[in-house]
Design a protein around this ligand. Structure first.
Ligand code: NI
Length: 157
């Protein structure tokens, strides 16, 4: 193996465990805590959950970051209010991610965007990695919220 090569790594199938945890968290947040935040300048639980789903749409829908999968980019900041809404948007956007993960040409393609006067070019594998790290990052943030609320979650990572 040459130094610039990496071993073949198949991890897409394990992403679902992160999604399952996010759905568990949606079920665990008490009705009166979706708008709770530990500090004024930090997002509340509803905002974090919307942001996770919105980021998936954003990276796959609009072609601004790169992938333009032909599906719409709904503004769920206005429509995701209830627990059922949040669950529905996480399920919808994860199915969208799964379609992307199964689309070899979208994964292998290069995508460019302008950022701070620079042209950033990434491929679909990077976008998939970024969406996974984003899910994981915000799962940790939500678990911290539950811990601060003394809500046992049983999610042991
Ligand atoms: Ni984020």
């Amino acid at each position: 193996m040459q130094s610039n090569e990496f071993p073949c790594l198949h991890i897409s199938r394990y992403w679902r465990s992160v999604q399952d945890n996010l759905l568990q968290i949606v079920d665990l947040v008490p009705d009166d805590k979706f708008d709770w935040s530990p500090k004024d300048d930090l997002w509340n639980c509803r905002g974090i959950l919307i942001h996770v789903a919105d980021a998936r749409d954003g990276w796959l829908a609009d072609g601004r970051h790169g992938v333009q999968d032909g599906e719409p980019y709904p503004n769920i900041w206005l429509t995701a209010r209830t627990r059922d809404d949040l669950r529905r948007e996480l399920v919808r956007t994860f199915e969208r991610v799964e379609r992307f993960l199964n689309n070899r040409s979208q994964l292998d393609a290069a995508y460019s965007e302008e950022w701070n006067g620079q042209t950033l070019t990434r491929n679909g594998h990077w976008i998939a990695f970024h969406l996974l790290e984003h899910d994981i990052h915000h799962r940790a943030e939500l678990l911290q919220r539950l811990a601060l609320l003394d809500i046992a979650h049983g999610i042991d990572i």
